[in-house]
Ligand binder design. Structure first.
Ligand code: CA
Length: 250
């Protein structure tokens, strides 16, 4: 895959003013020796408003991980000077291996198992779409924000992000995929204003620049509100006129 393929795969809407969720100044490290791919990765992630650093070889990677803490690390396996798996071993020794996504050209089960065994969070085989990478990064950051548990609860509503299930007072709350993604975004931003644009971006990813989707957000919100109300959830989605929505205690 050449540079233009990656750029093509990485069409990211620029029309949304909100920074991603509550992540603030999140720091990422890209460990990748292929210059063009590294450049595309760094620029795409910067466009998501992350602070992004780059290490182009094994030695630089070791120096950076020793000196800094990163919220998420993208790690190539075949590096000049050594293996990415050794970088992962070092991260593990430093107690920092929890938020690594391996990006590898080799679709090797052995590497994958070794990487996950050493504490990597996820594994992406090149070539991949930038939108897919962004989704994986968000998932790693969300897991980190939740202290590794990947469950969220407020009042009588609980969500398990791994099994993608929700409960109100211990009773299953049936939600379709988009409703579940929207409710997750609201739960992570409880009592905070969520604009329609940021909601569309989080739930619909790189298709969110299509005007139709904002109407779709509106209809999905309507359904989600109804489901919350019918289930007796003690939270509700308030509309903030002309801007977006807010999840608050009912
Ligand atoms: Ca490489």
């Amino acid at each position: 895959m050449n540079r233009s393929d990656y750029q093509c795969a990485g069409q990211i809407p620029n029309s949304f003013p909100d920074p991603p969720c509550s992540f603030g100044r999140v720091k990422l490290l890209v460990i990748e020796d292929e210059p063009e791919l590294a450049d595309v990765l760094v620029r795409s992630l910067q466009r998501e408003r992350y602070v992004v650093e780059h290490a182009k070889d094994h030695g630089t990677a070791l120096l950076k991980i020793a000196d800094h803490d990163y919220d998420c690390i993208l790690l190539d396996i075949m590096l000049p000077g050594g293996s990415g798996l050794d970088v992962l071993r070092e991260l593990k020794a430093l107690g920092k291996s929890g938020n690594v996504i391996i990006i590898s050209a080799k679709d090797s089960l052995e590497d994958k198992l070794a990487g996950l065994d050493l504490g990597a969070d996820d594994y992406l085989v090149k070539p991949f779409h930038i939108a897919e990478l962004n989704a994986r990064v968000r998932s790693v950051l969300r897991r980190k924000e939740l202290g590794g548990s990947n469950t969220i609860a407020t009042a009588n509503l609980a969500m398990d992000l791994d099994s993608r299930s929700a409960e109100v007072d211990g009773q299953a709350l049936p939600l379709n995929r988009k409703e579940f993604d929207m409710l997750t975004h609201f739960m992570l931003n409880k009592d905070r204003l969520v604009s329609r644009g940021s909601l569309a971006e989080h739930v619909w990813g790189d298709h969110a620049d299509q005007g139709d989707d904002l109407d779709f957000v509106y209809s999905q919100i309507k359904n989600l509100r109804k489901r919350l109300k019918q289930s007796g959830a003690s939270v509700e989605i308030q509309a903030v006129y002309g801007i977006g929505y807010k999840l608050v205690d009912a």
